[in-house]
Design a protein around this ligand. Structure first.
Ligand SMILES: C[S@@+](CC[C@H](N)C(=O)[O-])C[C@H]1O[C@@H](n2cnc3c(N)ncnc32)[C@H](O)[C@@H]1O
Length: 205
């Protein structure tokens, strides 16, 4: 089944790419995480029982809807491209119509990931190469501040990990706990998820 057919099953449209006018800017283009990769994530990664996922740079919402649909856990998504956000809201309307039985909250916010107020119950943070390392550091800083305010187990799920981002995460209190390879999706050596964990006995700097 191709990506469009997988979309149809969820009642959404998430295929394609959207570049920014300024391609050299700090914000990366829209492109959805491949469904094959998400299938592997569900197979090899166990979400916490009280997981609340945040997708930083959620685009048209593929990851959000997929996880909400399959696991029925709360999901929040933040997106700062206005056209992409409009498409996300259209997807949300149809998705909700198909999935009225799912009571877990689903929340989307238009804005910058680096300004997002992380809620004290949010504990799984998803990234698919949304922005520059400088912005990523600011977001991780906010995650660590949220941890200090309310110590809880937290995971970062990182798809398409670039070397500089890995090097940065290795200097934080997060520990790499898992690597899920997805060789068939055409992203070469970047076709993998890295899972980083922070556990409550660890003191964030
Ligand atoms: C590679 S796409 C990933 C989409 C989605 N997370 C997925 O995996 O299917 C990255 C998205 O991040 C958005 N983005 C880039 N910089 C952002 C920022 N500072 N705040 C919020 N969203 C941002 C882009 O517009 C794009 O839609």
């Amino acid at each position: 089944m191709d990506e469009r057919q997988r979309d149809l099953q969820l009642g959404i449209r998430t295929t394609g790419i959207r570049e920014w006018k300024n391609e050299d800017g700090p914000y990366n283009r829209y492109e959805a995480t491949p469904y094959l990769a998400l299938d592997q994530l569900l197979k090899y990664y166990s979400f916490f029982e009280d997981a609340h996922l945040v997708d930083f740079g959620c685009g048209r919402g593929r990851v959000s809807f997929y996880i909400h649909h399959h696991l029925e856990i709360p999901v929040s998504g933040i997106e700062n491209n206005d056209r992409t956000f409009d498409e996300l809201l259209t997807n949300e309307t149809i998705y909700r119509r198909h999935n009225e039985h799912i009571t877990a909250p689903l929340y989307f916010e238009f804005g910058l990931a680096e300004n997002y107020d992380i809620q004290s119950n949010e504990n799984v943070f998803f990234f698919f190469n949304p922005f520059s390392l400088k912005i990523f550091k600011r977001v991780v800083h906010r995650i660590l501040n949220s941890y200090k305010e309310n110590e809880r187990q937290m995971d970062i799920i990182f798809y398409y990990p670039l070397a500089s981002f890995k090097q940065f995460l290795d200097q934080t209190p997060f520990t790499l706990i898992n690597r899920i390879k997805v060789p068939k999706v055409g992203h070469g050596k970047h076709g993998e998820f890295l899972i980083y964990r922070l556990t409550p006995d660890h003191h964030a700097n």
